[in-house]
Unconditional design. Sequence first.
Length: 264
Amino acid sequence: MLDRLLTGVSPEIGRILEAALDKRELTVRDASLLLSAEGADFFALLRAADLARSEDNGDDVSFVVTRNINFTNVCYVGCTFCGFARHRDEADAYDHPLEVLLEKARDAVARGATELCIQGGIHPNKDHHHYRDILLAIKRERAHFRILQGHEALAAASLLQGGDGMVPGMANLAPALFVSLQAAADRGAAAECARLQQQVTAIARIYQQGPWLSALKAACAMLGLGNGRPAPPLAPAVPAAREAIAALLDEAGLGAAVGATHCR
């Protein structure tokens, strides 16, 4: 099976796939090469992933029942690709009170949900206390629910105030930093969390270099992860933005390994 799987595959990709199927840990470089696989290498990667899946789980399929709860569609950010956001004075703008959110959560659980995704616009009149109140209210009713959040600016605060973890986009660029932040929060080390939060906030300035997803994709590409091209209708980061992103990566000690002109 393995010989047939690796037929026509480049030697280096073949070595990596063989190691993965042998359950040996891959390096960051190995993972980066797999992310950029094309042609026969790419199809071999797909077949290897399917083989690993079948060895682990057979034909069993698992899934999570989740409910998205949008607390407001009022947002001042103005992302050009968004069809969700509304201004406060628009007829279909909404800002749900806490009891409505709790009722939505109860309904989700009654329908079998084991996960809630709580999201909404960046409302100009709300701060992190509002988001914390939503999470605490739901946690009081469903103590077994784990709270994960992805906003880098609130990373330390959410962990120190009872959050269970994070799903931040910037963890693609600096995973060790977020692991350190999680560990510091687990110890209750507020001063260390504050110091690490400053580093997180500095790296998150990458989001300000054009559309946030284009900027994140560009930064990932500079570190060898992906090709830097977001899905349409978004366009890749422009040259000036790439230069600014490379400078921010260097400032953070990450180093734009392939330079600011990598993703086109």
